[in-house]
Design a protein around this ligand. Sequence first.
Ligand SMILES: [Zn+2]
Length: 231
Amino acid sequence: MRAKLARLVAAYPYHLARIDGDALVWTDGTRMPVGADRPARPFDAMLKDATIADQLRQDYSPGRPDGRPPRDHSPGRLRHTALFVKMYGDCRRGGAAGRHRSVTWMPRTRPQDLPVTTVNDVAGRLDRVIEGLESLPDRFRAYLVPSAGTFNCRAVADTGLLSMHAFAAAIDINVQHSDYWAWARSRGDIPYRNRIPYEIAEVFEAEKFIWGGKWYHYDTMHFEYRPELFG
Ligand SMILES: [Zn+2]
């Protein structure tokens, strides 16, 4: 856990200063409990109120997926909401919009202006992702346009917690070719589905966006900026 906490601090250098005992210390002096000594709980319980330590339990593995994700392996779905609210602002209180700027999604294919947070230079990183995606062969474009959106001040259906869309640090590509675990809800195991080519996710991963296609609770159109999860 010590190495993962060091990685968290390094991933957000403008906001986070250091670890002190069981506290995450921010550059403005704020202290947040890490919860490193609390034992792991069942995934569904952690999903509802993840500690900072819980958020780091599952590493995201960049690279071509090797089979379907193991049960409950959804790196990125565990989020300590207070950490992201402090970093990106709270959209429910109007505290985020001033930090957004417009990014033009796929300008040479089908231009679409989308609000993206400037915090952590997420907007600049998405600009570089777009450049990489525009350079892919034409057969990939249908998966990308139109985007189903970036900013949405809403809670995730099954947790009631804010998603990374509420922080304008996530993007959904074309819903037409996407699969989402809750659409296929069945008793017991969730059957894995994905039609998005990995070449697209590879471009996002280069800028430290994770892909929902690598989650047991898959959301294959979804990408979010989560640099702390890359090992
Ligand atoms: Zn999404």
